[in-house]
Design a protein around this ligand. Sequence first.
Ligand code: DGJ
Length: 364
Amino acid sequence: MNNRIRNIAAFALLALGTLVPIQAQKVTNHSIRSGEIWLDTDGNPINAHGSGLLYHDGTYYWYGEYKQGETILPDWATWECYRTDVTGVSCYSSKDLLNWKFEGIVLPAIKDDPKHDLHPSKVLERPKVIYNEKTKKFVMWAHVESADYSKAAAGVAISDSPTGQFTYLGNFRPNDAMSRDQTLFVDDDGRAYQFYSSENNQTMYISLLTDDYLKPSGRFTRNFIGQSREAPAVFKYKGKYYLLTSGCTGWDPNKAELAVADSVMGEWKTIGNPCTGTDADKTFYAQSTYVQQVGGKKDAYIAMFDRWNKKNLKDSRYVWLPVSLEEGKITIPWHEEWDMEVFADKPRFEVDKNTFLLNDKSFV
Ligand code: DGJ
């Protein structure tokens, strides 16, 4: 009897052993084709909008708005505030920026408390996650809204692991100012900043966070006053800071703008639209969300955008493009299809625990 059970168990394990690897990697992506449906490693469309990436210990994590169900326009709406019910923040992981494994909903909606910020009736947008070396915590900030879009606040959540679950800590208006579209940026010295559209989206605030990254420190600057910039995405290149933003036209595309500063809290100067090629004046029918430096590579950046489908938000697509740094000029040219080979001639960083060889096929 014991032998029979052992044999059945061994057979089941063998069958599982042959099945699991096949099921785990059903889809392999070899290139980036902006605007198309992107599949995760299970073959499902990637659902992570208004997103940000985190590069941690050789793995990229992609966090975004998980948009499910019907897109609705509330009865009271006097503007195009299309939305889906809040379902939560999704997370995907990848070693190569092409093949993404779904890690689940790392900050789920709270369905049974209509007062909660994460109740499906509310609005949850533009989540970003950073890692705090001192506290060893992963910290998420997002734009949280009341159902009538009047809250304009930041919600903060925390986790011990990049794949969650995140614990929601609550919301506030940072520096007593409205906070809508937002991003986070960690400088080389470990200081972290929140960039957020404030004062009814007219002014971009830059706010130094406390050492634990959970609150504003109280030091902040007001930038691009009255210029209505949204969708901030920040990166550092050759010691200077760059801020990519969109204009403010709801879900509809408009012209992107790049600005530069010598220090985060210093003076920001507008450079102009970095996008080039067909439909560059409409940001390729997309809106900025994040700029990711490619791990292991110096001077290699990917600009990430959302191509919103306002009447069917869950079918919004992604536009990811390599940033061109030719002759010191920053541009974002359109590419129909590209892969990480575009960064092949970029020098590598000194090897440390957070770098890996991008073109090493063992990561693909
Ligand atoms: C533009 C913002 O960038 C999006 O995140 C979203 O809030 C829409 N406006 C809503 O209209």
